[in-house]
Design a protein around this ligand. Structure first.
Ligand code: PMP
Length: 380
């Protein structure tokens, strides 16, 4: 038998190139004893006993898996309950849950537009919006990050050459923590007859009086398609799309990442349903989170550690090149603090990305800042 050699040899060279650029990554297991400053578990709900109990009860009632796609054998009544609860949270007529936020974006974008259409996308959008745009086959134009004038210019130059137009953007940008200028985007969408799809992955549960996200916090009434995840503030797993009843009905017939995949597991569904109830009824969780954000920002400013402008629970510390960022992150690791260096190609410039949770204590935040200060000075 011939050895499995030459046709796969290129992989060694590809990995070597990744390593040479300092882009090589592998999963790390944070120890439970570590101070966690990188989790998307913004409200601490992933460990909430009520979610765990709901997941166990649903698993016992329905089993470990949904066993089929929703249109065939995998549709459960708790899917309906979760979709109604999400629609209420989001202020829409209807919603649809997917196996992940990533799949929700791929399926929705590619169902909305095709080869005759145009997508205008913020240059800093999450990977799943970018990949969804490519998959759709539409013409994709990226506008300068959060830049209203540039978006307007692109619309003026390109809109009339296309049938449908879809503007896509994160509301809270995952790597910088800044927020899209939603009202400006909606004004342009109205003027140029565009659909708007926003990804509320980092905003749901966190923004708005009842945790509805940025769309709800700003009280925007334009019909926006809201996509998001069940895996961050909601502490479970899965994704969703919220919009009008007719649009959701259409998706059930056209979104291939929903049609041809197994329904969300009973445990994940029930945990998310409990989380949606909690984020609407327990505003104290958000108040704790925002108090922690304020505390960290003030402490970083006092210590003269620079961060990118942010109005969310995501803070990006900017301290030099990739090597320095990696060294700082490694030092923090030795101090039992988990705060990863995020680097190209994930982001254009390297940074230590911190995320806050409602469950952090002020002592934990102060420890982080003091260790960061030591790391930055030691490594200068
Ligand atoms: N959108 C954004 C902005 C994200 O940050 C992420 C996850 N990192 C996703 C979508 C994907 O969500 P999920 O993890 O549910 O696939």
């Amino acid at each position: 038998m011939r050895a499995m050699t030459s046709s796969y040899d290129w992989i060694d060279a590809a990995i070597a190139t990744i390593k040479k650029a300092n882009w090589y990554r592998s999963p790390q297991t944070p120890q439970p004893s570590m101070l966690m400053f990188a989790s998307n578990n913004y409200l601490g709900l992933a460990q909430d006993q009520r979610l765990i109990d709901a997941a166990i009860a649903a698993t016992q009632k329905y089993g470990a898996g949904a066993t089929g796609s929703r249109l065939v054998s995998g549709h459960l009544e708790i899917h309906d309950q979760l979709e109604q609860a999400i629609a209420k949270l989001k202020g829409t007529e209807s919603s649809l849950v997917f196996s992940s936020g990533y799949l929700a974006n791929l399926g929705t974008i590619s169902a909305l537009v095709g080869a005759r259409d145009l997508i205008l996308a913020d240059a800093y959008n999450h990977s799943c919006l970018k990949q969804g745009a490519i998959l759709s086959g539409a013409k994709v134009i990226e506008y300068i990050h959060r830049n209203h004038e540039n978006l307007c210019q692109q619309l003026k130059e390109n809109r009339s050459h296309h049938r449908r137009c879809l503007i896509i953007t994160d509301t809270v940008f995952s790597m910088d923590g800044d927020i899209c200028p939603l009202k400006n985007i909606v004004d342009l969408a109205q003027e140029f007859e565009c659909m708007v799809l926003v990804d509320e992955a980092h905003a749901t549960g966190v923004f708005g009086d009842h945790g509805g996200g940025v769309v709800s916090a700003l009280g925007v009434t334009y019909p926006i398609i809201q996509v998001g995840t069940l895996s961050k503030a909601l502490g479970s797993l899965g994704g969703y799309v919220a919009g009008s009843a007719k649009f959701i009905d259409y998706l059930k017939n056209r979104a291939s990442t929903w049609i041809y995949t197994t329904g969300l597991s009973p445990g994940d569904t029930a945990a998310a349903l409990k989380a949606v109830e909690i984020v609407q009824t327990e505003p104290q969780l958000r108040q704790n989170l925002w108090a922690n954000v304020k505390l960290l920002k003030t402490a970083l400013t006092e210590t003269e550690i620079s961060i990118l402008p942010t109005t969310s629970q995501i803070l990006a510390i900017t301290v030099g090149d990739t090597k320095k960022n990696l060294a700082i992150s490694q030092y923090l690791n030795t101090q039992n603090i988990f705060a990863p260096a995020i680097r190209p190609p994930t982001v254009p410039t390297p940074r230590i990305r911190l995320t806050l949770m409602a469950t952090h204590t002020s002592t934990e935040i102060q420890t982080l800042v003091s260790k960061l200060k030591t790391a930055i000075h030691q490594l200068d």
